[in-house]
Structures are given as C-alpha cells and as structure tokens.
Design a protein around this ligand. Structure first.
Ligand code: UN1
Length: 497
C-alpha cells in the first residue's frame, strides 16, 4: 500500500508518495535494528553523545527547510513549525551532554569490603509510533534519548507526515547514526499493530513508545503487558484552563486564544475546557468570542492564528464533535461552524478555503459535566466553556473526566496556585500560562486516560529507555550473607536522661 501525503492547505499539491511496509517488512526492519544495537551500545556514551551533537547541528542548519516541510505536510503555521524544529534541536542539545553523564550510583554496602553500584543499561530495540500533529518534535523526544542510551529504533511515523519523517531520518543518518540503528517504516495502524505483536513475541521489541489516542494507547499498553513490558504512552487530553476572578484577564485571553486554537487545536496539550469563575464568566466569554471571531485563519505561511486540519480524517472527527453540541449550549467565535468553503465562508480568511481542509473556530459555552463534550477530547478548533463558583468546584470539574495531561490556572493569589497544583490530576501545570507550549527539558506526560505515568523529556525519559542494573562486588574473600552477616553496634535501648 502506498501513502500519498498532500498539503492540507492545498490539496492539489502532493508532498510525498511513500511506499508502505508490510508487516513482514516491518519485522525484518526490527530484526536489522535489533542486530545493530549491541555494536552501538558498545560505543562509549560520550561518543554517542557527540553523534547526537552532530544531528543537532545538522537540524539547526536545515531548520528553515525542515520547518517548511512541516508546514507543507502537516499544516501548522510556519512560526510554530520553526518552534517545532527548534524543539528537536533543544532535545539534541540536552542529550549530547547526557552522553557524558548517564550517571549510575555508588551505594554503601551493609557489609565491609563490599562495593555496590548501579548502571543504566539500554533496553534494546525500541519501536516508536507517533502522530501527525508534531511530526518532528515528538518523535525526537523518543528517538534522541533512546539512541543516546544505546538502543536501536524502528520508527513508524504518522501516515500523514512521511516526508517529514524521511527528512528527519536522513538528518540522523547524516549526523552519524548507522542506517540500521534507526529505521523508519510507514504503514497503516492495523499492519503496525500486527508487526508490533510479532516483534514482541519474537523478542525484537523491547520497548514501545506511542503518542496518539487513548483508545489506541490502551490496546498497545495491553499488548505490551501480555509480554511483560510497559509501553511509554503519551495519550489524549481534555486540558482545563481555570480563570479565577483575580486573574489578569488580558493575559488569560491571550493564553486561551493560543492554547485553544493554535495548531487548529490539534495538540495533545490544546485547551479543552475553559473554566470561568461566575463573576467574570460573561465578560470574559464575550471578549473571547470577539477575539476568536476576529482571528485570521488560512494560509499557514502567512500571519494567521491557524491553518488547515492535518487531513480529511481530522476534519471528519471535528464534524462529529460538532454533533455533540446540544440545545443548552451556546456557540460563538464565528459566523458559522464546520468546513470553511465559499458557501460557508469565514470573514478575513487568508487564501482560498476550498483548496485545503479548513475549519471554523468554535466556542461552545454552557458546558455541563454530564455533556458528552465534557468528557471527549475534541482535537480540533473547538473549545468548551463552563462556569464555576469555587476553586473546589473548578478542580472537581477539571479532574472529573479522567484525563490528566496539561492544565492551567490564571490567578494572582499564591494560595490558589498551591491548591491547584496539589489537587489537579494533570501531569503538567501552568500558572498564568497556556496549557500548550511545554519546554523540551521538563517531564512531559499525563495520568489517567492521558498516560500510564511514563514521562518524556529531560532526565526523566531516561527511565523509559534504560533499565537499572545493580552490581555488588564483594572483595572480602569470604561469603558474607546479606541481612545475616551484617555489622551490629552495641547500644542501650533503655537509656533515658
Ligand atoms: C503533542 O501535542 O503531542 O507542549 C505535544 C506543547 C508542545 C508539544 C505538544 N511542546 O504544546
């Protein structure tokens, strides 16, 4: 099966035609990568770090072109694409130094003349499956630390962004990563799942990294569990933004605009529900509706808030979510909903809406916790808005749907901040900042329906791609038995002053 990726802002432009792999071909890629891993792991970590440094420099040199390709194939605005590629560079910058650390520990023994140590060992061969919304940055969060730690990688990118995947893979190879150590395959979901299962059964897959929907993540996690493995799962979100009455409302407005509609709402960190305190609800909603109505949508290479949906599939899902709007809801932010066309126009649209897959922004207010929209990740230009009376209620509403990826609170009161931080179930908390736009060296990941507790980025991701090995070295020349032959010092347990 061949995959044709089209420019979602201009469907007549074919960005890449890629031949898809069969399950057998993916398994053979897994075998090749697995065979290449030992040799790579034997290279000292600082030398592996220097290869990551080379990759980072090459990506930096190619930043403009790679970013253009991201915008062309996936549709995010060019400025965001530059940011996405910068995130790859930042990740290389972080991990090139980790090659000189990758610390283990020396640990005191309970017996004399015995030394204890810990080492980080690579897990082996890693199978990475990623989504189309961040075709370069999110894969790099897996690939870079996995390689640095001495693993091999087979990467299955989104079938909507094979050109970005091929370009990025070439940059890795040009930077000195052996070709068999990082192999990119393109396939549909069913083929990928089948190959993943065989790979697990044959011992060719030692770790799975998956970014995508909760539904698929659940299946992958279950399959990994059957083979006594735990996948690194980065799943959906229904990210709350809570605006307290004392908040800087101008700031909150900027945050809600970017988090809700940047990348056409297609980030896992995009704003899900805006929770507004009842005392500012009407005023804030009116201002939000006004700025969203005025925002420019269209050609992602021009100065717009957002461009097209990633593909028709994403638009179809968005249209399904529009059907969840009920009579007790109020819709604002646009003169229409659904696909932007000549017959269903958006004022101020930049370019020709019919040439691509563009959708109207939608604000749905009057959200209730028994609404389908309350517990559904919408992954498109749709923000739900609800009202609360107290921080307690806001927290209950923010946690109640079971997702727990990103969250935000806008307030000037530190007491609100500390309570929110402590009680929100999300893995990531923003204070007076948008739900999206995490920096590349803080732990990234979620809880509940958003993930199984695994974290990417920074030092924390190393726990996904290495396993601790402990070593004890007894040089006493006799068998010292732990817990039995230990040194006991005399003391007086009945002593009182
Ligand atoms: C994603 O949508 O899968 O925090 C990741 C952010 C980006 C990454 C999003 N740095 O919004």
């Amino acid at each position: 099966m061949d995959f044709i990726s089209k420019n979602p802002a201009n469907l007549s432009e074919i960005v890449a035609k890629t031949s898809g792999s069969t399950s057998a071909q993916i398994i053979s890629a897994l075998e090749r990568a697995k065979n290449a891993q030992r040799k790579w792991a034997a290279i000292p970590a600082p030398a592996r770090g220097r290869v990551i440094a080379n990759v980072g420099r090459l990506v930096e040199k190619n930043k403009e072109n790679l970013s253009k390709l991201v915008t062309k194939e996936m549709g995010k605005v060019f400025k965001e694409a530059l940011g996405e590629v910068q995130e790859v560079i930042d990740t290389c910058d972080f991990f090139l130094g980790e090659g000189r650390r990758l610390y283990g520990q020396t640990v005191p023994s309970e017996m004399p003349n015995k030394n204890l140590f810990t080492y980080r060992m690579p897990v082996g061969n890693v199978f990475i499956i990623t989504a189309g919304n961040f075709p370069a940055a999110v894969p790099s969060w897996y690939i870079i630390p996995a390689l640095l730690a001495g693993n091999s990688v087979v990467w299955k990118p989104s079938e909507f962004t094979p050109a970005v995947a091929q370009a990025l893979t070439k940059l890795f190879h040009a930077g000195g990563i052996p070709e068999d150590l990082l192999i990119t395959v393109v396939a549909d979901g069913a083929t990928t799942f089948e190959a993943m299962e065989s790979g697990l059964a044959k011992g060719l897959v030692n770790k799975i990294g998956f970014t995508g929907s909760t539904e698929v993540g659940r299946r992958i996690g279950a399959k990994a569990g059957e083979y006594v493995q735990s996948a690194c799962l980065e799943l959906g979100g229904k990210n709350p933004m809570v605006v307290m009455p004392d908040a800087n409302l101008d700031l909150a407005l900027d945050g809600a605009l970017f988090a809700g509609f940047g990348t056409a709402g297609q980030r896992c960190t995009s704003l899900g529900t805006l929770w507004l305190h009842e005392s500012i609800h009407d005023e804030f909603l009116a201002r939000y509706s006004k700025v969203v109505s005025a925002a420019k949508v269209g050609d992602p290479f021009s100065d717009v808030l957002y461009g097209p949906m990633i593909s028709e599939k994403y638009l179809e899902n968005h249209l399904k979510h529009l059907e969840m709007i009920k009579s007790h809801h109020k819709v604002s932010g646009s003169t229409a909903t659904g696909r932007i066309t000549k017959a269903n126009p958006r004022e101020g649209f930049v370019g020709d809406p019919e040439s691509g897959i563009f959708a109207h922004p939608v604000i749905v207010s009057g959200l209730r916790s028994d609404d389908e929209l309350y517990r559904t990740e919408t992954f498109g230009p749709l923000v739900t808005v609800g009202k609360f009376k107290s921080l307690n209620e806001a927290l209950e509403l923010s946690n109640g749907h079971g997702y727990g990826l990103s969250s935000a609170i806008y307030t000037r009161d530190p007491e609100n901040v500390w309570r929110f931080r402590e009680e929100i179930s999300a893995g990531m908390v923003s204070v007076n900042n948008s739900t999206s736009g995490a920096e590349a060296h803080l732990p990234f990941g979620g809880n509940g329906k958003s993930g199984n507790g695994s974290r990417q980025s920074g030092i924390w991701v190393l726990d996904q791609f290495t396993r601790w090995q402990s070593m004890n070295w007894d040089w006493s020349n006799k068998l010292q038995k732990a817990q039995m032959d230990t040194v006991e010092l005399a003391h007086n347990p009945d002593f009182k002053i």
